[in-house]
Design a protein around this ligand. Structure first.
Ligand SMILES: *Cc1c(COP(=O)(O)O)cnc(C)c1O
Length: 378
């Protein structure tokens, strides 16, 4: 059986180091707001290239905390608008809604899964306050264009970097004149949200997340908001909530961060193998990107009947997933958006299939997936 993602194998590959980290925290007698979180925050901000990192409970809360902070800092009102892609994990839109703001859904590109920046400006109204580009599947959005639009219309940019830990913007393109050239995901807007959900490129052993930013006021406010709005012990200036990264998860993340670049390189290598060896009339491959601007959280292909191919692969012992079968505007939770016409987003939902990919997969396994696709009729 080739699993879509084998977390047992992923974490076993860290061997004694993970066990030692867990044991250290277990024995420390200190489980929240301690040295492990402080250490990981320093390491992750240095890695990402930002000044501030605030550990939080999960990716959804990371997004929510930034929007809540901006609402306070800039006096945004309930119902103010935030532009988000329609094809994303629902957390991106939920963070906007639970902050009392309105998600405005935008189409993705046809060739790549990221938000179509050329469609953003027509969605801007006097109520628009921010844009949340999602580096979907691990591929960085066109941040030059998005930041340019944001500057022109005085909007905030919140990167949803939950699938793109370690991705580097335009690391090998002709756009090297960009001021963002060479910057990692999480350092290309006003703030960024990360999730350390176990299956992410950098994953812990439970829930975890972080906010990264170069804005001191924002970092301070996010830290306060995610700790009950506390500013001093038992002094609460805001109606915050409780969302903290715990010591155990931070210790695990410190171990795993050391190998993130190497693991991402292996992901890119495996993705490149798929892209250069899958050859089937019914399969459409996405661009083969090997310059670190795509860290392949997901390896996506397109085909006309993904559920059929999915079943066929499963019968041959290969697990796959669909990211995502229902776009936001077709979710019951967003019934008010059901009348929107977003055909490109629908197309991704209808045609996408995600192949197995994680750093510990062997060359033989990836070959088996390729052979199974190439040798079958569908
Ligand atoms: C995983 C993910 C989130 C949410 O992260 P959680 O830690 O599960 O809350 C948000 N946005 C995107 C794009 C994600 O992939």
């Amino acid at each position: 059986m080739i699993k879509y993602n084998d977390l047992k194998r992923v974490n076993a590959s860290f061997g004694e180091d993970l066990r030692a980290a867990v044991s250290r925290v277990t024995q420390s007698g200190w489980y929240l707001k301690g040295h492990e979180v402080e250490k990981f925050e320093k390491e992750f901000s240095a890695y990402t290239g930002v000044t501030y990192c605030v550990g939080v409970g999960n990716g959804l809360d990371a997004l929510t905390a930034v929007l809540t902070a901006w609402k306070l800092m800039y006096g945004w009102n309930d119902g103010d608008e935030v532009i988000v892609p329609d094809n994303t994990f629902i957390a991106t839109a939920l963070a906007v809604s639970r902050t009392g703001l309105k998600p405005v859904l935008c189409e993705p590109h046809l060739e790549v899964p990221t938000i179509d920046e050329t469609q953003i400006e027509r969605l801007i109204t006097p109520l628009t306050r921010a844009i949340i580009p999602v580096h979907l599947y691990g591929l960085m959005c066109n941040m030059d264009a998005i930041n340019k639009i944001a500057r022109k219309h005085k909007l905030k940019v919140l990167e949803d970097a939950c699938q793109a830990h370690g991705a580097v913007y335009n690391s090998n393109s002709e756009l090297q004149l960009s001021t963002l050239f060479g910057k990692r995901a999480g350092n290309n807007g006003n703030a960024a949200a990360f999730s350390f959900y176990p299956a992410k490129n950098l994953g812990c052993m439970g829930d975890g997340g972080a906010v990264t930013t170069n804005d001191k006021e924002l970092a301070t406010l996010v830290r306060s908001i995610t700790n009950y709005g506390q500013t001093e012990k038992y002094v609460h200036d805001y109606m915050g909530f409780n969302s903290r990264l715990d010591e155990l998860q931070a210790a695990v993340l410190s171990v795993k961060l050391q190998r993130l670049d190497k693991d991402n390189t292996r992901r890119i290598e495996l993705a490149h193998y798929y892209s250069t060896h899958i050859c089937h009339p019914a399969v459409e491959l996405l661009p083969d990107i090997t310059d670190n601007s795509h860290v392949y959280h997901v390896y996506a292909i397109k085909c006309k009947n993904p559920n059929y191919l999915r079943q066929l692969l499963l019968e041959n012992g290969i697990e796959t997933l669909i990211h995502y079968p229902i776009p936001i505007h077709r979710q019951k939770a967003y019934i008010d958006e059901a009348s929107l016409h977003l055909p490109v987003s629908d197309h991704w939902a209808d045609d996408e299939l995600s192949l197995p990919l994680y750093p510990q997969m062997t060359d033989e396994e990836i070959q088996k997936v390729v052979d199974c696709i190439n040798q079958n009729i569908f």
